[in-house]
Ligand binder design. Structure first.
Ligand SMILES: Nc1ncnc2c1ncn2[C@@H]1O[C@H](COP(=O)(O)OP(=O)(O)OP(=O)(O)O)[C@@H](O)[C@H]1O
Length: 233
């Protein structure tokens, strides 16, 4: 149960508009949303409904025009770009649809990247990388190169990189959009494990209703608001 836990993410009256072809198009005109710590939320909705915009605001890549956006004790809407980047590096991991791995780096080097921003010794970094590779079932693959691995394995490298700094929040942008059903289910099982056993709060944008079933609840975004909310059994 997560309902009784204080909200970890809170958006209130969030407005965001983009200038498209000389015209301001409103994506959100007063969006309210709360997500408790430890929740696993799937965000669905038609193309153009604002799913990526929402995820980018949560990631501190984009910023609301007005309204409040709080994650933990931090007011992201009041931070400048540099502060948001620093906040992001310490508090969240991002899993991308197309993995965003660097092909010239080994599996271990890809996973290690976020740790290079931290005051850790080589040995400490190595211990953390080995631990997360073990967690995602890729122990023994550390020295290989991602391009030679399957999509499912590459996404598990992406997940290992997202959690290597031990962030409380994971943002996943279509994490199974490029995978076959079996690999997708393995990746989703892993996200469920991270949520249930390592208490990661997860927000996952997906077009796949099967993927959404792994979440604790599904939010349907349409015309700038959440039109339906379902709790998984
Ligand atoms: N940086 C930007 N500049 C201008 N318009 C933008 C920008 N980002 C998004 N938009 C517009 O905002 C609307 C919402 O886009 P968004 O990418 O958030 O939708 P989405 O629900 O994620 O769509 P999809 O499922 O196709 O990825 C779209 O009309 C898009 O063209």
């Amino acid at each position: 149960m997560t309902e009784n836990i204080a909200p970890y993410i809170a958006l209130s009256g969030v407005r965001r508009a983009y200038r498209i072809g000389g015209e301001m198009i409103s994506i959100f005109s007063g969006l309210d949303l709360t997500i408790p710590q430890g929740d696993f939320v799937a965000v669905m909705g038609p193309s153009g409904s604002g799913k990526s915009t929402l995820l980018n605001m949560l990631a501190g890549i984009d910023s609301p025009d007005s309204g409040t956006l709080r994650i933990g004790t931090s007011r992201l809407d009041q931070m400048g770009e540099a502060a948001r980047a620093a906040w992001r590096a310490h508090n969240m991991g991002i899993v991308f649809q197309f993995y965003n791995l660097l092909p010239m780096l080994s599996v271990a080097e890809n996973v290690e990247l976020p740790l290079l921003l931290k005051p850790l010794s080589r040995k400490e970094r190595r211990i953390r990388v080995d631990k997360v590779l073990d967690l995602v079932g890729l122990a023994g693959r550390a020295k290989q190169y991602p391009a030679l691995m399957s999509g499912g394995q590459q996404q598990r490298i992406g997940i290992a990189r997202a959690i290597v700094s031990d962030p409380g929040l994971l943002l996943c942008d279509e994490p199974t959009g490029d995978l076959d059903r079996k690999s997708a289910d393995e990746v989703l099982e892993m996200l469920r494990f991270l949520n249930r056993h390592l208490q990661k709060t997860i927000v996952m944008v997906t077009h796949d209703p099967q993927a959404a079933l792994y979440a604790r609840r599904t939010l349907h975004l349409d015309k700038g608001d959440f039109v339906e909310e379902k709790r998984a059994a």
